[in-house]
Design a protein around this ligand. Structure first.
Ligand code: ADP
Length: 239
């Protein structure tokens, strides 16, 4: 569903992504894990088609910047970018028109209900708290029902209800056969159903394992994380 090959992205002298390659199977949840500055956001923005980089990225076999790939792809950024002069409902309508969606009203209602935005429908983008903006941004990303969904640090700024709802939605989307790539620097936030983890540090992929491989190895995600990012397992960690 996603094929990332030899991606290198530099900002001036900083190499944010350094020869990154991995593939994601359809219907899987992959956690992109790494400390701050590891290159996760840069990688997701590259996949979403917003940056120039060296290497190639295909989505469902199509180059990621093609019209075909864009139809398959949904991107939920770390920093929501909303229109200050559009209301919550107008944002959804605007997106639905851009994607030429039909019969979407029921889905909008359901997303608003799940993310507790029903009573915020008439609020303008710049009247929303950071958490509400994040929730609207998630609703906007999910409305077109993309096959591949990129979520950049999606839990940050969300209240516990929204985190629970988002985790449930990720499980539901997975059951529907959708593919998700979820970035985070907080290991504890990924206790949800994940199938693969790609760990980045210093712009490079340091580990790429399935949950099954890790379990077979008898290691926890935390142990693997510290081993590959610091060369040690945390003290007191079981082998
Ligand atoms: P992460 O999402 O893992 O925290 P980022 O992809 O945001 O990592 O950043 C990777 C590296 O690239 C960091 O060193 C960061 O300072 C740098 N970087 C990110 N965006 C920019 C930018 N727009 N201009 C210059 N440097 C950037």
């Amino acid at each position: 569903m996603l094929d990332v090959r030899h991606i290198t992205k530099k900002y001036g002298k900083v190499t944010a992504c350094d020869d990154v390659s991995f593939r994601l199977e359809p219907g899987s949840v992959t956690v992109l894990l790494g400390p701050n500055g590891a290159g996760k956001s840069t990688l997701l923005k590259s996949v979403a088609g917003f940056l120039k980089y060296q290497g190639s990225i295909t989505v469902g076999g199509f180059p990621n910047k093609s019209v075909e790939a864009r139809r398959l792809l949904g991107y939920i950024p770390e920093m929501p970018s909303l229109y200050p002069n559009l209301t919550v409902s107008e944002h959804m309508e605007f997106l639905a028109r851009a994607y030429r969606l039909t019969d979407y009203a029921g889905r909008v209602d359901e997303l608003f209900r799940r993310f507790e935005l029903e009573d915020k429908r008439r609020k303008f983008g710049d009247e929303l708290s950071k958490g509400m903006q994040q929730k609207l941004s998630i609703c906007l990303g999910l409305l077109p029902e993309p096959k591949l969904i990129l979520l950049d640090e999606p839990m940050i700024g969300l209240d516990p209800h929204a985190i629970k709802e988002l985790k449930l939605i990720i499980e539901e989307l997975r059951a529907q056969g959708r593919t998700m790539l979820v970035s985070t620097h907080i290991i504890d936030s990924v206790d949800m159903l994940w199938d693969r983890t790609v760990i980045m540090d210093g712009g490079r992929v340091r580990a790429n394992v399935t949950r099954g491989e890790l379990e077979k190895d008898g290691r926890t995600l935390e142990q693997l994380f510290f081993e590959v990012t610091e060369g040690t397992a945390p003290e007191g960690g079981e082998a």
